[in-house]
Design a protein around this ligand. Structure first.
Ligand code: ADP
Length: 588
């Protein structure tokens, strides 16, 4: 993944005029490597910078560093350009490496220093001696910035908002605290739900916006905000068209959990929607020239005369600066990776792992609250039943749908594996240590690409026989054998008398077996900042906080008590776009 969408090349070519240091004497070529400090020539080296690789090309004569070219096209020009220039100047004028990284741009300048050092090693230099040749210290100041709209978070919602706003001519800056864009959106493994789309029509699928509304309302236990839900479903087809216009290629529609009709849209090969959405949005932002300040954290929303007037931010080097703006859009995602916050709102969810990326720490909720925002449905947290106990990696529900069963460490089944996420999770938590084992076999692996991937990634462990499975999970051999034979009977007879599972796909009678150890993990935080249908953030009295907008997982109300799979991407695109448009239209 590209680490920055900023396409401006910072190519610095600094030449020290020959003779200025009084050491430009030409030497006999054969003797140069023996008598000179360097083996004359041009050397290149690369180091990891702030946003991506920085490469340097260093030209040396026998006793002089003649030229240093730096290609730092991924770095943020406003911060890195001057700093890199000054470091290069210092190296050339001191003809030594005793140069410190520049305060305020430590990462980029340190990378340049390391790369130049590596190039000089190739040139046969005694770099330790060169490091003793000191240059003066340099410091740069990180300047405050300004834009029409500042967006906190470069996930699906923030980038959708940015595309809309920048597309209508507004100047936009996004701050993203992680080193990559995409947040949890990168992890959207399913598709995007939408009703009455052109793709459904082409396939002869009869689906309606009303049915989509009803399914989502039912799935959300009728706790969804009806107005927000209407906006979601009414704009869903438009969201798919929009993504496809950007090149997403979401042309396949299938049926998924909680939906009456096939309405989950994915790429043609059925692969995950998230990375595709992130890619097309990122490319569009690059085209529009929107700047994303990477590894930059919004720490405060500024206010002037009761209006949001920008943010305070902190970059990776610890520099604090302001971005003045006429509108602020909070698109910082949820708090699924912030266990303290999860426990604050849900005392029952202690010690859970998470399926979320590490940046899902609920900053946007805290920033919004400090600015006076009200919260909606904040205690509504969705747990996913089958995640890796150590890493939180999520195993798709499709595995159970395709025939996998769950055993506890005694080798017994304990639930209908196809009940809703919350019920299956609760049933796993009743087992010893809150752990269960997903049982799959070779036949399933051959047909299920996801399972094949878990085998490759070594989440799914192979056992030849049921005896080996029993030993691995610490259960009695006899218990495992009995459970599996009873399950085979259920599949064969079509009746699961014990747990009432109706979708009986696989007898699982033949090995080898692939076992995945699972526990429920925090998956989605449905609650968050309270917004109106135009994404304006509301205060506790239900009044609009001027100039402040929010979209995506940071908001509450859209999904009610439970989010249907496929609705997260609809949410971020529909409301992200509205946020970009409303913020742009209401600039003062
Ligand atoms: P959504 O699905 O709502 O777009 P994501 O999780 O995909 O949410 O994206 C939210 C993004 O916001 C993530 O990339 C995350 O790292 C970023 N983020 C969270 N808090 C901050 C913050 N304080 N400053 C800047 N970016 C933030």
């Amino acid at each position: 993944m590209r680490k920055s969408v900023r396409g401006i090349a910072v190519i610095l070519i600094l030449l020290l005029s020959l003779g200025a240091m009084g050491c430009g004497a030409k030497k006999d070529v054969e003797n140069q490597s023996e008598t000179g400090i360097f083996t004359p020539g041009t050397y290149t080296a690369e180091e990891k910078g702030h946003n991506g690789p920085i490469s340097v090309t260093v030209t040396v004569s026998a006793d002089k560093i003649e030229k240093i070219e730096v290609d730092a096209k991924n770095e943020t020009p406003a911060i890195a350009e001057k700093a890199i220039e000054s470091v290069v100047e210092k190296i050339l004028s001191a003809q030594g490496l005793g140069v410190d990284a520049v305060t305020g741009a430590t990462v980029s300048t340190d990378a340049v220093l390391k790369a130049v050092t590596a190039a000089l090693v190739q040139a046969g230099a005694d770099v330790e001696a060169l490091k003793n040749i000191k240059a003066e210290e340099i410091e740069i100041e990180v300047k405050d910035r300004e834009a029409d709209i500042v967006i906190i978070g470069a996930g699906g919602a923030g980038m959708s908002a940015a595309v809309e706003a920048a597309g209508s001519g507004k100047s936009v800056i996004i701050v993203e605290k992680m080193p990559i864009v995409g947040g949890n959106t990168n992890r959207a493994t399913g598709g995007i739900n939408a009703a009455e789309t052109s793709i459904q029509e082409q396939e002869g699928i009869k689906d309606t916006i009303e049915t989509f509304y009803d399914d989502t309302f039912k799935g959300g236990k009728e706790e969804n905000d009806p107005e927000l839900l209407s906006i979601l479903v009414e704009n869903s087809a438009g969201a798919v068209d929009w993504l496809n216009e950007l090149g997403a290629g979401l042309t396949r529609v299938s049926l998924s959990g909680g939906a009456t009709n096939p309405r989950i849209h994915t790429p043609a090969d059925g692969s995950a929607v998230g990375p595709v959405v992130v890619k097309v949005l990122q490319e569009k932002l690059e085209e529009l020239g929107v700047e994303i300040l990477m590894e930059t954290t919004a720490t405060k929303i500024l206010e002037e005369n009761g209006r949001a007037s920008g943010i305070e931010a902190s970059d990776i080097n610890g520099n604090t600066f302001k971005i003045d703006a006429k509108a602020v859009i909070i698109a910082a995602g949820g708090f699924g990776a912030n266990s303290d916050m999860v426990e604050t709102f849900r005392t029952d969810l202690v010690g859970f792992s998470t399926t979320n990326h590490s940046g899902a720490t609920g900053d946007g909720i805290e920033l919004g609250q400090e600015a006076g925002a009200a919260l909606d449905d904040i205690e509504m947290i969705q747990i996913h039943p089958t995640t890796d106990p150590e890493s939180g990696y999520m195993f798709t529900e499709g595995l159970r749908g395709d025939g996998a069963i769950l055993l506890n460490s005694e080798g017994r089944r304990f639930t209908d594996e196809l009940l809703t996420r919350d019920v299956v999770s609760a049933n796993i938590l009743k087992q010893k240590d809150g752990i269960a084992y997903l049982v799959t076999n070779e036949e399933m692996r051959a047909e299920n690409a996801a399972l094949a991937g878990y085998v490759t990634k070594e989440y799914a462990v192979k056992y030849e026989t049921l005896e080996e499975v029993a030993a691995a999970i610490g259960a009695d051999e006899a218990a495992v054998a009995e459970t599996m034979s009873r399950y085979k009977e259920a599949v064969t007879s079509g009746t699961d008398a014990e747990f009432g599972r109706t979708h009986l796909e696989q007898t699982l009678e033949e090995g080898p077996y692939y076992i995945l150890k699972v526990t429920p993990g925090i998956h989605h935080t449905m609650g968050g900042l309270k917004i109106d249908t135009q994404t304006r953030v509301l205060n506790v009295d239900g009044e609009i906080i001027e100039g402040l907008y929010a979209a995506g997982e940071v908001t509450g109300g859209v999904h009610g008590a439970n989010r249907i799979g496929g609705n997260a991407v609809t949410d971020i695109v529909v409301f992200g776009r509205i946020a970009g448009k409303t913020a742009g239209d209401e600039l003062k």
